[in-house]
Ligand binder design. Structure first.
Ligand code: C2E
Ligand code: CA
Ligand code: CA
Ligand code: CA
Length: 279
């Protein structure tokens, strides 16, 4: 209200101050998060739509701070990117995920891949492909079980460098997926030159698939695009039987979402892998 102009202005600045105070304290706390054991990975199954089997898992970072509680990656990843801490954290994510997958394969769980998310800062950092291959060598995980998820914006930032890095990763046998596909801008000609393996159809197109004809067309188009370029397609954010049926009918290869399973901690994932028929 006008008569409270001064007060609301004061309120506004104090809100900004407390927001940036939270960012600062999170940035500071993030420095110690890994050594203090506050970070963990959850794994969400990716399911083949031809036989319903789990063919992979996506590693998703979790941060449980003793005082602040669970902090969403949507809040702390941007802070880690901004401060550069994402490089060390991201390396921890790759090593932890690779180690876990190696153990699961050794235990004798059916062959599947682990996918990790990479930020632009990590992807455009020099020697990414060297780092990735040293991690999987150290852990003794065959490259074909390790996947990297990148968003369109990561690849659009510097397409020439992106293509070079993708070629290096490909040469080492590491597979790449384009995450959140359809939400960003990807030139089709680049897509042809990008050595990607999989398109992840963004969950915003899946959400209203049973009621929104436009979304249905978009999803069909992405699946067809994938087929014509020889790329696998996976739908994310699948929550209902209707969504699943539509995806099957239209030839989508894989799906991931709460309909099958939410992201699980190691114990719960291992329990699921022992009894995959419950999915
Ligand atoms: P993303 O890579 O697009 O991951 C998918 C997000 O959707 C995850 O949120 C997942 O928990 C959630 N999700 C999965 N199935 C469903 C579903 O059926 N319905 C709905 N509504 N949501 C579903 P989460 O775990 O909170 O992660 C958010 C974002 O944080 C990720 O989006 C990714 O961009 C980023 N992130 C997470 N872990 C890492 C990491 O290790 N490194 C980097 N750089 N980013 C990460
Ligand atoms: Ca992802
Ligand atoms: Ca995504
Ligand atoms: Ca996303």
């Amino acid at each position: 209200a006008k008569q409270n102009g001064r007060n609301s202005y004061r309120f506004f600045t104090s809100e900004i101050q407390s927001r940036s105070a939270r960012i600062l304290s999170l940035e500071n706390a993030l420095r110690y998060a890994q050594v203090r054991g506050e970070l963990s990975l959850h794994y969400q199954p990716q399911v083949s739509l031809c036989d319903g089997k789990i063919v992979g898992v996506e590693a998703l970072l979790r941060w449980h701070h003793p005082e602040f509680g669970m902090i969403s990656p949507c809040e702390f990843i941007p802070i880690a990117e901004e401060s550069g801490q994402i490089l060390l954290i991201g390396e921890w994510v790759m090593r932890t995920a690779a180690k876990a997958m190696k153990e699961w394969l050794d235990i004798g769980f059916p062959a599947m891949s682990v996918a990790v998310n990479l930020s632009a800062v990590q992807f455009h950092h020099a020697h990414l492909s060297k780092l990735v291959s040293s991690i999987i060598d150290e852990v003794n995980l065959p490259a074909c079980y390790f996947e990297i998820e990148l968003t369109e914006s990561v690849t659009a930032q510097n397409p020439v460098h992106a293509i070079a890095t993708m070629n290096e990763l490909n040469a080492k046998g590491i597979r790449l997926s384009i995450d959140d596909f359809g939400t960003g801008y990807s030139s089709l000609s680049y897509l042809k030159r990008f050595k990607v393996y999989k398109l992840k159809i963004d969950q915003s197109f899946i959400r209203d698939i049973s009621i929104d004809p436009e979304d249905r067309e978009i999803v069909k188009t992405i699946i067809a695009l994938g087929k014509s370029l020889g790329l696998k397609t996976i739908a994310e954010g699948v929550e209902t039987k209707e969504q699943l049926d539509f995806l099957k009918e239209n030839g989508c290869d894989e799906a991931q979402g709460y309909y099958f399973s939410k992201p699980l901690n190691v114990t719960d994932l291992e329990a699921l892998l022992k009894h995959p028929e419950i999915i």
